[in-house]
Design a protein around this ligand. Structure first.
Ligand SMILES: C[S@@+](CC[C@H](N)C(=O)[O-])C[C@H]1O[C@@H](n2cnc3c(N)ncnc32)[C@H](O)[C@@H]1O
Length: 247
């Protein structure tokens, strides 16, 4: 398996995200639910795994006064983003070590990254640190798969538009209750945790024994030292969560 930065720096992957996912029509249905709810004039946004900045273009269509910073590990994508959107800020940075202060952003946004990044707990913790209000992110879930051997066999072959060789990265599917348990332990305790999503057939680029996964989008509202209980609303997710998560 190649390192993930060089995998995402390949011309076919860079081209794909430079030509897709940059208008509101390209949003996944669950993204269209939460994104318009959280944007407000002057909002400071950090987009982790921004590729060539397509989500900046989408966000400013919804809210023109968005103060946007995008980070990505793929240098060629950041180069395109800077040329295309000089009014925004872009940095080549890994999401595990974000070079910004605690609470620097009103919204930390991260889509289509956890699908290939198994270290979701470390990455979420770092994103939660730099957010002061909302963390909006997607992750693939299944029920009761903690420790399943099948997970080890799941891989994702990056190859867009039929060009070039394939390169293999992890295909990360997470245990639904474990993810919610983890999100509830973020420090400070989240004020609210909402989820929406749907089951879909796994991508043609995925090699996994599972036929379907739940694409879940979580909106986490950051708490403060006074918050001891998180307001949970996972009713938008088609998953039978553990009883303690059904409130
Ligand atoms: C599948 S693309 C998604 C692009 C965009 N977020 C979207 O939703 O359309 C994944 C992007 O995340 C970047 N990426 C993957 N892992 C990352 C990490 N740990 N830190 C920063 N960027 C990462 C890749 O380089 C790639 O540009």
């Amino acid at each position: 398996m190649k390192d993930i930065a060089s995998a995402w720096s390949r011309p076919d992957a860079v081209d794909y995200y430079a030509t897709h996912r940059h208008t509101t029509d390209d949003l996944y249905p669950s993204e269209a639910v939460f994104l318009p709810r959280v944007l407000f004039p002057g909002i400071k946004v950090l987009d982790v795994g921004c590729a060539s900045g397509g989500l900046f273009n989408i966000m400013r269509t919804m809210e023109p006064a968005v103060d946007y910073t995008g980070i990505d590990i793929a240098e060629p994508s950041i180069k395109i983003a800077r040329e295309r959107y000089p009014e925004a800020r872009f940095e080549v940075t890994h999401g595990l070590k974000i070079p910004f202060d605690d609470g620097a952003f009103d919204l930390v946004h991260c889509t289509s990254v956890f699908v290939n990044e198994p270290r979701y707990q470390e990455l979420m913790t770092e994103m939660y640190r730099v957010c002061n209000r909302f963390l909006l992110t997607d992750i693939r879930l299944l029920k009761d798969i903690k420790g399943a051997e099948e997970l080890e066999q799941s891989r994702y072959r990056i190859k867009y538009e039929g060009k070039g060789d394939t390169v293999t990265v992890p295909y990360a599917i997470c245990d639904a209750d474990e993810v919610v348990d983890f999100l509830l332990t973020l420090d400070p305790t989240p004020n609210a945790l909402g989820g929406t999503g749907y089951f879909h057939a796994v991508s043609e680029m995925a090699e996994t024994p599972y036929a379907e996964v739940c694409m879940a989008l979580f909106l986490i509202q950051k708490g403060n030292d006074q918050i001891t209980q998180t307001e949970l609303d996972l009713s938008g997710l088609p998953i039978d969560f553990a009883a303690s998560h059904r409130a």
